[in-house]
Design a protein around this ligand. Structure first.
Ligand code: TGC
Ligand code: FAD
Length: 392
């Protein structure tokens, strides 16, 4: 891959709105991505392997539990810092951001928000340092957009719970030490359980043949009469609202992350268009390519403003699920459109691994699907503004 010459667009001078801490956190993540992710990521994506050597670096830049309090090993940062870290990591690769999103918002957050003090102390510091990795099991083979229909279940056997069922499309599953698993009890009520690798009957086969998120490990979670200790149940919240509460946090991070992928595609295309000469002049001097580039920076700027305002609302505890859906949907759609346009600006070179655009484009096909599809987020907005659910 070409050297990483990335320069972030900041057309509306958003840096002026960031605190010194925001800029320090963002710049540390940016430098780390340039040094430790960009040089290796194409190779790992090509061979469809998760680069496990980056786990320590992710922990060092505060990507595991940015907003979890320091007493539990987290970085104790605000929501805008969290967003900026996700933006910078996804500038490198959406799959690497996935690893951080899952660890922070889908594993650490539920343990922090719904767990007992013993569970927080037992798991959070090791998750923050990356010594322990986690995954989040909500989706099932027959229940993706409709997780409330899940059939994974557990029954009370006196001194333990007996867990049965299967989860599909689980990021980090093949190497995770623990899984936060959502399952129904005998009354059909959804609860979260912490399942640990090594428990008898628990397996995590890897999902192969992906053309997207190739540098992220995806797998299944299979529970065949797994005995789960009673102290592994998350007691603080039950019902579908419990996993959906975690998704609010992860979707918010994706709204920022997608901006990173878009910025990388735009920046690559802008530089290429300035250097690529056809008909005796740089293609950047043609109206058609300028239209593409001008529209890209406009859309990135709008997405940055959306994410920043959402971050302010999240810091104040006022961001709603529907506002988060709007930002996730808009910003991922923006990024995938920019990746497609940027790919065209590079002509044939755009399809190669010499440049990051095709990898971003393929990754974003997963990002527009997971954490609620593009359609589901539109329906959440529709529901919010009309008061009528069109899901069922
Ligand atoms: P619905 O009837 O709307 O809600 C059921 C209960 O949940 C409550 N609730 C929430 N609570 C807290 N936070 C939220 N955001 C909440 N949203 C809803 C709601 O009030 C209700 O409570 P109660 O007490 O009345 O029972 O549920 P529904 O069955 O109609 O479904 C709604 C729908 C479709 C929006 C939802 O199920 C949905 O979001 N579907 C999409 C599924 C999804 O996003 N899956 C993601 C899986 S994880 C993943 O993809 C990780 S990828 C990570 C990576 O690699 O980066
Ligand atoms: P479906 O729900 O079958 O949807 C298929 C199509 O139907 C979509 O276009 C959808 O928008 C549409 N549709 C569905 N319902 C409606 C409706 N009511 N009205 C109109 N259209 C509708 N899940 C986890 O739990 N943990 C993870 O870590 C995780 N990681 C993932 C990693 C990757 C790489 C991928 C691809 C997925 C991951 N997922 C994970 C699963 C992801 O959340 C689901 O794929 C997603 O929620 C969609 O579910 P589905 O694939 O079953 O699609």
């Amino acid at each position: 891959m070409k050297p990483d010459l990335f320069e972030a667009p900041d057309y509306y001078l958003l840096d002026d709105l960031l605190s010194e801490e925001h800029k320090l956190v963002r710049d540390a993540a940016r430098s780390w991505v340039k040094r430790d992710v960009s040089p290796i990521i194409e190779e790992y994506a090509q061979k469809a392997e998760f680069p496990s050597q980056i786990i320590g670096g992710l922990a060092e830049i505060g990507a595991f539990g940015p907003y979890i309090p320091p007493e539990y090993g987290g970085a104790g940062l605000d929501q805008i810092s969290y967003g900026l870290i996700m933006q910078e990591i996804e500038r490198g690769d959406s799959g690497v951001r996935s690893t951080a999103s899952v660890q922070s918002s889908l594993v650490m957050y539920p343990i922090y928000a719904y767990g007992t003090e013993e569970q927080r102390k037992k798991y959070l510091p090791s998750l923050a340092s990356g010594e322990m990795m986690g995954c989040f099991g909500l989706t099932e083979p027959d229940h993706g957009s409709n997780p409330g229909g899940m059939t994974t279940n557990f029954s009370d056997k006196g001194d333990h719970y007996l867990l049965n069922g299967a989860k599909l499309w689980i990021s980090n599953a093949p190497f995770a030490d623990i899984a936060v698993v959502w399952a129904k009890n005998e009354e059909g009520r959804i609860h979260g359980l912490i399942v640990e690798r090594g428990m008898e009957g628990f397996s995590t086969p890897e999902t192969h043949n992906k053309w997207s998120l190739r540098a992220s490990a995806t797998g299944e979670l299979i529970f065949d009469n797994v005995k789960v200790p009673k102290e592994n149940l998350l007691p603080g919240k039950s019902g579908l609202g419990a996993p959906l509460g975690c998704l609010d946090s992860a979707r918010y991070g994706i709204a920022w992350g997608a901006i990173g992928a878009a910025m990388d595609c735009y920046d690559t295309a802008l530089r290429y268009a300035g250097q690529r000469v056809q008909f005796d002049k740089p293609i950047a001097g043609t109206q058609l390519q300028q239209k593409k580039l001008a529209e890209m920076v406009t859309e990135i700027t709008k997405a940055q403003l959306l994410a920043f305002r959402l971050g302010q609302l999240k810091n104040e505890g006022r961001a709603t699920t529907a506002q988060i859906s709007m930002a996730k949907r808009n910003n991922v759609d923006m990024a995938i459109s920019i990746a497609r346009e940027a790919r065209q600006i590079l002509g044939g070179m755009g399809i190669t691994g010499e440049y990051p655009i095709m990898r971003h484009m393929m990754n974003l096909e997963s990002v527009i699907t997971y954490e609620g599809t593009h359609d589901i987020h539109l329906l959440i907005t529709g529901w919010d503004i009309t008061g009528i659910s069109a899901f069922k």
